[in-house]
Design a protein around this ligand. Sequence first.
Ligand SMILES: N[C@@H](CCC(=O)N[C@@H](CS)C(=O)NCC(=O)O)C(=O)O
Length: 292
Amino acid sequence: MESIMDTFTHMDTSQKVLYVMGGAVVAIVTVVGLRKLCFKETKAKRDYPRDTVIHHQIGRGPYAPSMTPFALKLETYLRMAKIPYQNVHGMEASSKGKFTWIEYNGQSVADSSLCIKFLNKKLGVDLNRNLSATDRGVAQAMHAMVEDHLYWFVGLFRWQFDNDKSLVMNAFKLSKFTFLMFQRVLKKQAWNQGLGRHTEEEVAEMFKKDLQSLSDFIGTKRFLMGDEPCETDCVVFGQLSQVYWHFIGTGHHNILKDKYPNLAAYCERMKETFWPDWDQCITHGGTREATK
Ligand SMILES: N[C@@H](CCC(=O)N[C@@H](CS)C(=O)NCC(=O)O)C(=O)O
């Protein structure tokens, strides 16, 4: 029996054009049809309760409730602010093409920080209300350091450098092909951001410098800005959780425990304070010790 390739090779040019055009029409009809089906399904599911935050995020993580620091940040904020919420786990990205995002009474908001800003305004929440103006400034600087600097190092160790990738491969159930696709996206983003142009050694140095700054700043305090947790603790915890619980195979898995024990204790404290149901929110179960 002739293969499709053989048939194609024996066609004249006009037949080939018709063949390719026919293929394109079938592909477009299939994609449109599938999108319609998915859209219908999504719409049908959107019968959400009022006055409840619908938190769209990817699935649960193996040793912390999310592999994305932004989802853990937002969910910790919802808990800290005692805002009723429901999680919807899936791969539906926000209008800005990123994870995590929310819907509230039919309104969609993209970007974890903008979600928090939206909810603060809508519900009159201010978890930084006890901070002085100076402390608010410092908290904002810490926010920028962990989300716009430290985050990239976490991503580079996780996706780019030549380490054991089994944690992400298993957590996201990736085939080699999908892993390479995700890796390509991260590499491109990190390159454009600039931090992805450094060597692994340079990145490791910068990564440690950020951790040292956080460790020095937190010192013996219970939370980032003092004895009471504030909004920025959600940001810091979201990022540090990835280093503390999800850094297996990177060569720095025990870095908080070994070099920055106050940051390890901080992670445990945030977990105990806001995540009493932690074990039900992770996929592998067990303690951090089991993740070695
Ligand atoms: N500023 C955003 C950042 C969100 C973000 O970068 N999420 C990552 C996952 S950790 C993502 O969606 N990456 C997929 C992509 O950029 O295509 C926020 O705070 O929500």
